[in-house]
Write a protein that binds this ligand. Sequence first.
Ligand SMILES: O=c1ccn([C@@H]2O[C@H](COP(=O)(O)O)[C@@H](O)[C@H]2O)c(=O)[nH]1
Length: 177
Amino acid sequence: MIGQLGLPIFLDLKLYDIPNTVAGAMQAIHVLEPSIVTVHASGGRAMMEDAKAAASENTKVVGVTMLTSMDDQDLTRTGIDGSAHDHVMRLTDLSREAGLDGIVCSGQEVKSVHDRWKDGFFVVPGLRPAGSAVGDQKRVVTPRQARDDGASALVIGRPISRAADPAQAAREIEATL
Ligand SMILES: O=c1ccn([C@@H]2O[C@H](COP(=O)(O)O)[C@@H](O)[C@H]2O)c(=O)[nH]1
């Protein structure tokens, strides 16, 4: 339906599997002609290389670095030492080396990511307009902050979908940009 409306399709599949399986999934979605597909950067370089190779020519493949619902402490609990910032930078570099088009990161890192990858495509979720409920997100910034810091695409879910008047909420956010 979205495709029939002529709107670009963002498939946030967050693929995370061995290279052969991820490549098969990428081939299976050719029919949808997605503009953007996500894979987990922590799946490794070979997986990302094969994902990109199997994607349609017009599909941007972006690597999810570290979920915006996690902070430094959550990262440590997964067995990874160091800060969220450092982890995102490491996975950004790996995504770039693998030939991806860009990454997914929080608005707290997008300025640094943009500084080291000038022509990358950066998807930023975890966005909250001032005063709106944070919910399960931990690394949040406002949509305006993310845009000013170099985000290519803003992902805004519940502040719009759970608003009493979603269309009005979207307009109010747009007015801040
Ligand atoms: O690190 C990530 C990666 C993806 N998401 C996705 O973005 C939206 C955010 O929804 P909100 O309601 O605005 O929190 C959701 O679909 C997530 O799966 C993310 O939040 N963080």
